[in-house]
Design a protein around this ligand. Structure first.
Ligand code: SF4
Length: 347
């Protein structure tokens, strides 16, 4: 693999020209009305950045608004009950982000009197804040220089410089970071970072990029060589496996039995139907599918007696399900279930 150095890239477009082009484009065509852009508040930036990991902007907006109503400050979030936090996050998936967000708020309150630090070394110590989020917080909250690399930036750079680096694995991330650092300006960082993300999300899109609207078209190597479809490079992924999961239903007039899941693994700390290792005798009442990043769950739901467990269990009435953190597919299942019918089966 032939490495593309910052000097090679600079021969295509200089750092100053690149920054100026992105900043000018963002000012005219970028997204400037997102809810978390209105105050540049570090807390708002942190919440939005964690929500936006693996999740699209349009999905995040209502969650972000509800979150700020319920937990308006670092202190409110730091002191909140964990179950309230998980309930507010439910449906967004990747629940570890919610726990990290609360742990981050607790650290900011405990170590920095509720004020987000600006220094990179301090930001790196905050739970849930990885290299991308450090850059995003510095740029969006403080308008300070810091490189950012995410899927959008990798795709844009991959096409712009016809990079041989793969974007769907971390193998070549250090080279993307090296280029991103080279192109990070010392001023206008908020607009520059937003411009990079906006270009990747709205123009240099994963499929059918609108090159005719791109301010970098004249220098884009993939466009000039008519090989945009060949970039960015991706490593072909193995198909993810499907695994069965067996969930037990115990419903009566007082509600359904839920069990709190372990803090590690899928759906950490959420309440769910108790699981059994083996399929019970007979036929499942219903089935559901859910896709995680590393496998597909083929869920079987059984009306059966519960297996022994040392995990906390509670019987919850249907009207109280809204106040408890449940995995989205389990919530959907319980909402669609005919509870009277299940009670009859159990009698
Ligand atoms: Fe992406 Fe097309 Fe712009 Fe090149 S010209 S950076 S491929 S949108």
């Amino acid at each position: 693999m032939q490495r593309v150095t910052p000097q090679d890239a600079n021969a295509v477009i200089s750092a100053d020209d690149f920054a100026q082009t992105v900043v000018n484009w963002q000012r005219q065509h970028g997204r400037n009305d997102l809810p978390w852009q209105q105050h540049n508040d570090p807390y708002h930036v942190l919440v939005s950045e964690l929500m936006l990991q693996q999740t699209q902007v349009k999905t995040v907006i209502p969650y972000f608004q509800r979150w700020l109503e319920q937990f308006p400050t670092f202190t409110a979030l730091a002191n909140a009950d964990e179950q309230e936090v998980m309930a507010c996050w439910q449906g967004l998936g990747y629940y570890r982000r919610a726990r990290n967000l609360q742990a981050a708020a607790q650290k900011v309150v405990a170590d920095y009197q509720g004020t987000m630090p600006q220094a990179m070394e301090e930001l790196r110590e905050i739970p849930g804040v990885g290299p991308y989020t450090v850059g995003a917080i510095r740029a969006f909250a403080f308008d300070a220089p810091a490189a950012i690399v995410d899927g959008n930036v990798k795709r844009l750079l991959g096409r712009l410089f016809t990079l041989p680096y793969v974007v769907n694995k971390s193998t070549h991330d250090k080279y993307f970071w090296e280029l991103s650092e080279h192109y990070t300006p010392t001023v206008n960082n908020r607009r520059f970072a937003q411009g990079l993300l906006d270009l990747g999300a709205t123009v240099c899109k994963p499929r059918q990029p609108t090159c005719e609207l791109c301010p970098l078209q004249k220098v884009c190597c993939a466009y000039q060589q008519d090989c945009v479809e060949d970039y960015p490079k991706r490593e072909v992924k193995a198909r993810i496996p499907t695994r069965p999961g067996h969930f037990c239903l115990d419903i009566n007039g007082q509600g359904v039995v839920l069990e709190q899941r372990p803090a590690d693994g899928i759906w950490p700390s959420l309440w769910s139907l108790p699981e059994c290792k083996e399929a019970p005798q007979g036929k499942p009442l219903t089935r559901f599918k859910h896709t995680f990043s590393h496998y597909k769950l083929d869920g079987h739901v059984w009306v059966t007696s519960l297996p022994p467990s040392d995990r906390p269990r509670r019987r919850i009435e249907p009207e109280h399900l809204a106040n408890i953190g449940l995995p989205a597919p389990i919530r959907k299942l319980l909402e669609q279930l005919n509870w009277d019918e299940v009670c009859q089966i159990q009698l």
